[in-house]
Ligand binder design. Structure first.
Ligand code: COA
Length: 119
């Protein structure tokens, strides 16, 4: 196996998992990094989330993981303030010095444009 990525689904927010849909455990074997596999894996997870009609897909990434953040930004993810995890992330930073970000991608299709002539 050269790489993996997982879609974790908790649409109703019950139990111990974070609420919503999450791209997690993205990993590519070091010797094949930079060849597009990470992009393909993440894109596959995005399509799987879309197939669930989810409005949004989230992920967690270390602030200093520039490589992963560049990949996610190319795929349309942006850093967000995710209230259900705010306290946990603040505690993690205060106790272990680990700064993690929540990024999210909107999966809804863009609203149809109204032609000027019909307005
Ligand atoms: C993050 C990771 C999955 C990316 O996998 P990858 O197969 O190397 O990624 P890709 O080859 O598809 O590259 C996609 C984008 O990542 C970025 N990237 C790739 N190699 C990079 C490098 N050496 N430096 C900076 N950015 C880089 C680029 O933006 C690239 O897009 P481009 O090729 O169009 O410039 C891989 O580096 C990895 O497994 N890292 C360790 C685990 C990890 O950090 N996972 C993320 C947890 S949130």
């Amino acid at each position: 196996m050269l790489g993996c990525a997982q879609l974790v689904c908790n649409p109703d927010g019950q139990g111990i998992l974070y609420p919503g849909l999450w791209l997690s455990f993205a990993f590519v074997e070091p010797r094949v990094r930079g060849a597009g596999l990470g992009m393909r894996l993440a894109s596959t997870v995005i399509e799987a989330a879309r197939a669930q009609s989810a409005p949004r897909l989230h992920l967690l990434v270390d602030r200093d993981n520039g490589r992963a953040r560049a990949l996610y930004e190319k795929l349309g993810f942006a850093s967000v303030d995710f209230a259900p995890l705010r306290e946990t992330l603040e505690r993690l930073e205060a106790t272990l010095g680990v700064e993690r970000l929540v990024m999210a991608k909107d999966l809804r299709p863009p609203a149809p444009q109204t032609p000027a002539a019909l307005r």
